[in-house]
Design a protein around this ligand. Structure first.
Ligand code: UD1
Length: 426
């Protein structure tokens, strides 16, 4: 196991290239299950979650090949996913338990193969994350769902048929699963109260290029006219708005000036608005977003919401920012229960944080101090890394594999803008 060692106190300055989005790449990879022709994805980040899903797809019969070399300057790579010969429709526990997003194979598999069996993902560090919405949505378009021995089996031997799916609340993964399944269903499907995250629009764009007939993706009502077959395509994965937002926070916290190359401001407006409220200077340019410090950090209040609201995946990073703000901040986590695991560790670094239910009150302190810390999830780990960038002395982040799930070339990118960061064996 590896750890990240950070010497705090360096202002970050320069350009950070933003990678392809993990949360867009994962559903995009599953589109290969919908067609017998190859799907090539470019700008794929080199991340542990991508490898985990590649392995699962490979287990199902998908051939995964490298379609091109790495691009220059820490950019992503291209992989081709060929689902011509799907020979298995079971996603086993051993593979699914590593990553909850494995549930995304369910909709595509049942749509193309008439059946799919996927291990229930189980609990997870950021709360009990059920999949009931995924299952109800698939039932609404004709799948029969059975649960047995910790597995969910979806079947539709005569194919799926369109229907109306109305989600009681927004789920990104359930919207993606039903979007893929409905693309091959007979007739029209309407998804109401669909997730509006930019990753949904990216998925729909790829599916439409494959021959699907989807309209309204990115809004709360999506309409899908099912087609009999989909073809292969090549698609560039959108930039990672959470990675970009994390480095934007780093720029402000360290009193720096960073150009986030490739970042799309309209995908991260809520986070950028909060940065400005906190004292950051944000300039949107044609090829990216520049974030720099005004020399001040003010307190701010946020409540996490589905897109276009403030993303839960940025909550831990903004808590690190609040920890050194001038004044108090209140951060309310409204999407996931139990997503404050970074709080005790930030407190060990000198942060002043009080939790009351789903809200945390953070009173900014002048200085954080380096410490040995560990986090139990990806974004919480990034919150600690950000705190380490401004803390006095040395901060060691254990369990680096969490960061490797979501931040491509983390230490190279940070070093490129002047951070003192090293990856060491534990
Ligand atoms: C996706 C993102 C994750 C992000 C989250 C919310 C990926 C791979 N992951 O996760 O990084 O934090 O969106 O923006 O894209 N829920 C149910 N039943 C369900 C499904 C969800 O109750 O069947 C609940 C969840 O427990 C949670 C809320 O709905 O409280 C939102 O979850 P959801 O949008 O589904 O998150 P994911 O798709 O798992």
């Amino acid at each position: 196991m590896e750890k990240l060692v950070i010497q705090g106190g360096k202002a970050l300055s320069g350009t950070i290239p933003i990678s392809g989005a993990k949360n867009a790449a994962l559903p995009l990879m599953c589109t290969c299950l919908l067609t017998s022709e190859p799907v090539t994805l470019t700008n794929l980040p080199r991340l542990a979650d991508i490898t985990t899903l590649s392995d699962l797809l490979n287990h199902l019969g998908v051939t995964v090949t490298i379609a091109g070399g790495r691009r220059k300057n820490l950019q992503g790579r291209s992989l081709t996913f060929d689902g011509h010969d799907i020979h298995d429709t079971v996603a086993p526990y051993d593979m699914v338990r590593k990553m909850r997003a494995s549930i995304l194979v369910l909709g595509a598999l049942v749509a193309r193969m008439g059946e799919a069996t996927v291990s229930l993902p189980g609990g997870c560090a950021i709360g009990n994350r059920p999949i009931d919405l995924h299952l109800k949505a698939l039932e609404a378009i004709g799948a029969t769902i059975e649960l047995e021995h910790g597995y969910v089996r979806a079947s539709a031997p005569n194919g799926l048929s369109g229907g109306t799916v109305r989600f009681p609340f927004v789920s990104v993964g359930a919207t993606e699963n039903i979007l893929m399944a409905a693309a091959l269903a007979k007739g029209k499907t309407t998804i109401e109260n669909a997730a509006r995250e930019p990753e949904i629009a990216d998925l729909a764009k790829c599916l439409n290029a494959m021959g699907a007939k989807i309209s309204g993706a990115g809004s709360e009502t999506i309409t899908i006219e099912g087609v009999a077959n989909l073809k292969g395509t090549s698609h560039e994965v959108m930039p990672d708005r959470i990675e970009a937002g994390s480095y934007a926070v780093a720029a402000l916290m360290t009193g720096g000036d960073v150009f986030l190359k490739g970042a799309r401001a309209h995908d991260m407006q809520a986070a950028l608005d909060t940065l400005v409220e906190a004292g950051g200077i944000v300039e949107v340019e044609a090829t990216g977003v520049r974030v720099r410090s005004s020399g001040e950090i003010h307190g701010f209040n946020i409540v996490t919401h589905p897109f276009p609201g403030f993303p839960t995946d940025m909550q831990a990073q903004f808590m690190a920012l609040a920890a050194i703000a001038d004044g108090a901040s209140v951060i309310t986590e409204a999407i996931f229960e139990n997503r404050f695991m970074h709080v005790p560790e930030l407190s060990r670094m000198g942060a002043d944080i009080a939790i009351n239910g789903a809200s945390a009150t953070i009173r900014g302190v002048k200085d954080l101090v380096g410490a040995e810390v560990m986090a139990t999830d990806l974004r919480a780990s990034m919150g600690l890394a950000l705190a380490g960038l401004v803390a006095s002395g040395e901060t060691t982040i254990n369990r680096l594999y969490h960061l490797d799930r979501g931040y491509e070339h983390l230490e190279e990118k940070l070093r490129q803008v002047g951070a003192a960061v090293e990856r060491l064996p534990s």
